[in-house]
Design a protein around this ligand. Structure first.
Ligand code: DX5
Ligand code: ZN
Length: 217
């Protein structure tokens, strides 16, 4: 698949969600952060907003669910039009069952790891997934500083994916910018989420292209 860029809509102007999405029509995916005030100390948006955005834009939606009980809530995001749904392993009761359910609905299934969650215990789950998300900040807010301590885990995740010959995208999310994207790519990530870096740029679409070019270099 090569390098993919998924700008996080968390840093856009929520009053103009669809217009903001259209400013970055060159993005591969739109990353949409769902927070529930329980799994993380922040509250964003839910199914009705995702449904409206999916209808309004052509770019596929990459949902990042930072919520408790994703087993119960995640499938509704596929029905709402998401092409990819990622849930946190720390919150899921039955991650294998949930990943299978999301795939059976026709979506890509992703598993997310907080910075302190190791990847090794989930080696046997990887064939059940389409994407692994290694968080490079504590989830909850945009604009945080990239955690270099996550780089070895990205490397180990890449090794596991390659060792098993899996077609699984390795996503990084948190503090990704022109300063950090190279380190992530070098460690083996191939899908990059960037919120503040994209939406604080004068030209967000140009920033998407620059992030892609820097990651590919
Ligand atoms: C944080 C979210 C991220 C966030 C990234 O919990 O999952 O997607 O929007 O924002 P930046 O790129 O500003 O760190
Ligand atoms: Zn996210």
């Amino acid at each position: 698949m090569g390098i993919q860029i998924a700008p996080s809509m968390l840093s856009c102007d929520f009053a103009h969600l669809a217009d903001e999405a259209r400013r970055i029509a060159n993005a591969d995916w739109l990353h949409v952060d769902v927070m529930d005030n329980h799994f993380v100390p922040n509250l964003t948006l839910g199914v009705p907003v995702v449904e409206a955005l999916a209808k309004a834009v052509d770019t596929p939606l990459d949902l990042h669910l930072m919520i408790e009980d994703p087993d119960r809530w995640a499938p509704a995001y596929v029905e709402a039009g998401a092409g990819s749904v990622t849930f946190h392993v720390e919150a899921a009761t039955a991650p294998v069952r949930l990943a299978r359910e999301l795939r059976a609905q026709g979506a890509r299934a992703g598993l997310a790891l907080r910075p302190a969650t190791p990847v090794e215990p989930y080696e046997d789950l990887l064939p059940e997934l389409d994407m692994l998300l290694v968080m490079t900040v504590e989830p909850g807010f945009g604009g945080q500083k990239f955690l270099d301590l996550c780089l070895p885990k990205i490397r180990r995740a890449r090794e596991l994916i390659d060792r098993h010959g899996l077609d699984l995208w390795l996503q990084v999310d948190g503090g990704v910018s022109l300063d950090t994207v190279e380190r992530c790519a070098e460690a083996g990530a191939d899908m990059f989420v960037a919120g503040s870096a994209v939406f604080s740029a004068d030209d967000p679409a140009d920033m998407v292209d620059r992030l892609r070019a820097t990651a590919a270099a």
